[in-house]
Design a protein around this ligand. Structure first.
Ligand code: ME8
Length: 510
């Protein structure tokens, strides 16, 4: 049996989840659901990043202990993912004992392998990024991401010998051209390595909200060093070597484009330093922008973008869970930046969901109810829609397999379009009861059945509802997609249900 391990970044708990976090998490969720549908043994990990200056500052500002703050905020992420029907298998918090254990074991291994040494660090620091910048990399002394003045920091620190991995990383990149996608991001990471690597300070004495360095208890690990290791904590590094052997070779990190350097340069080098292969694949996604600006908590606080207005939970309350999932997956090609807007959600909803999918199901079920006593007829073996279905199955499969939900949904909606066109051509509402009518409706129902299977990773509960409306028992996820997404298998056991509109139209100005 194949295995598939997918992770999101673990999100900082300095503030509540926003729609940018939801974008990444829903994409990872849909891909995980697809792999389960294929029959792969799948592990989907998300969680929260709870250490570091930024989180300690947020707790202090709110007058509570860091632990209390992280407990509260981490829960908000779980609630958001529940509201979005996110099917994570594991939710990791970096304050958990299992994570302390793995981090300490992993970094002790790196230390014993001779890649960690002590020195003094001084440099420019951005607390929002939890990252150092050189003056050249800064925007005239300001953070290039957040636009805030950088702070001069000086500390006696432990350092990771990243510079020792330049050649090995370049060799690794040459041997693994698919390590990072899309290709532009592979090139970006590669260019960064080629530009020369400096050693990195990996511990702090200025704060104590972190994981203690086992061989020097005055220090805690720098938050990024602790955070990256979460991907190994969840598969038992240091506790269950067999599990690591099983899951690490099939690991995939989905990350936003601003954290490429951490995931595509530091992290593979850290793994090499610990004597482990790097993660199998890093899939980079772009940013959702509002009015051309990245959604960020920091900017929200400064009044640039009001993220409280676009929290994932408010969105699902307003538009429904599956429509929001669909919008997040369909609107922006994974890897590109995308514009987020309420107008965009309404347009996608009215066009793809209400007009195309909703109308198709409503039309067919109404005619079956009126002209076939509610009993769904069987499809023809050699139907005119069969080719369109087979093309949609092949293209959808290929796209989900390569981490491209937007293309997968486009391909699936191709079958919806072909089925609507087929109904326009055959006009079953005009046909008298008889074989011809039964064939047209059976073919349309079969196309709908296939659509519900192919779209279920994106819209699990709507697809279940449609499945039941067309008279089927069980669920679109019952079989493996390779067996069930095949023309000619529609065989209803229950009457067709007309039901309420699946997607009542939204007025454009509401
Ligand atoms: O960076 N558009 O956490 P974070 C799309 N704790 N995605 C967005 C987004 C936007 N406008 N804003 C955020 C951290 N994201 C670290 C990660 S991993 C070992 C440690 C998503 O809370 C995107 O996936 O700042 C981005 O990479 C992630 O949230 C950063 O979340």
């Amino acid at each position: 049996m194949n295995r598939f391990y997918v992770t999101t970044p673990i999100y900082y708990v300095n503030d509540a989840p926003h729609v940018g976090h939801a974008y990444c998490t829903v994409n990872a969720d849909a891909v995980a659901r697809w792999h389960r549908l294929r029959g792969d043994e799948t592990k989907f990990l998300t969680g929260t990043d709870e250490h570091g200056q930024k989180v300690a500052d947020a707790a202090a500002k709110n007058g509570v202990s860091p632990q209390e703050w992280t407990d509260r905020t981490s829960l908000r992420f779980r609630e958001a993912w529940d509201a979005l029907d996110v099917s994570y298998d594991d939710f990791i918090r970096t304050t958990e004992p299992r994570h302390f254990e793995t981090v300490q074991k992993f970094l002790t291994q790196v230390y014993e392998n001779g890649y960690i040494y002590k020195d003094t660090y001084s440099g420019l620091y951005c607390v929002s990024c939890e990252d150092y910048f050189t003056l050249e990399a800064s925007d005239e002394g300001k953070c290039p991401v957040h636009g805030r003045p950088l702070t001069q920091m000086e500390e006696d620190n432990w350092f990771f010998r990243l510079s020792a991995f330049e050649d090995r990383l370049l060799e690794f990149y040459a041997a693994n051209p698919d390590f990072v996608s899309p290709e532009t991001k592979y090139n970006e990471a590669h260019a960064f390595i080629k530009g020369g690597l400096k050693d990195i300070s990996i511990t702090r004495t200025s704060i104590d909200w972190g994981i203690p360095v086992p061989w020097d208890d005055k220090h805690v690990f720098y938050v990024w060093y602790d955070a990256l290791i979460n991907y190994l904590t969840a598969i038992g590094y240091g506790r269950d070597d067999d599990e690591v052997q099983e899951w690490w070779p099939v690991s995939n990190h989905l990350v936003g484009k601003e954290i490429i350097r951490f995931h595509c340069v530091w992290w593979p080098a850290m793994c090499m330093a610990a004597g482990l292969d790097p993660v199998h694949h890093v899939q980079v996604h772009g940013w959702l922008l509002v009015g051309g600006q990245k959604l960020s908590k920091t900017m929200a606080a400064e009044g640039g973008v009001r993220l409280t207005d676009i929290s994932p939970v408010l969105l699902t309350d307003e538009y429904g869970v599956d429509p929001i999932r669909y919008y997040l997956l369909r609107e922006t090609a994974l890897g590109n930046d995308g514009d987020f807007s309420l107008e965009g959600i309404t347009a996608r909803y009215n066009t793809d969901l209400a007009n195309n999918l909703g109308n198709l199901v409503a039309r067919v079920s109404t005619i079956v109810a009126g002209k076939c006593d509610g009993v769904g007829p069987l499809p023809q073996a050699e139907a005119p829609l069969r080719d369109a279905a087979q093309r949609a199955i092949a293209d959808t499969t290929e796209a989900w397999n390569r981490f491209a939900p937007h293309h997968a949904l486009e391909a699936t909606w191709g079958l919806i379009g072909a089925t609507n066109a087929y109904l326009e051509n055959t006009a079953p509402w005009k046909l008298p009861a008889g074989d011809e009518l039964r064939a047209v409706l059976g073919n349309a129902l079969e196309a709908i059945r296939i659509v519900t299977i192919l779209a279920t990773p994106a819209m699990p509960s709507i697809c279940q509802q449609i499945w039941e409306r067309i008279g089927l028992t069980g669920s679109p996820t019952d079989g493996l997609v390779g067996d069930t997404a095949q023309w000619g298998l529609y065989q209803p056991t229950n009457p067709i249900v007309k039901g309420e509109p699946l997607f009542p139209r939204i007025k454009a100005d509401s």
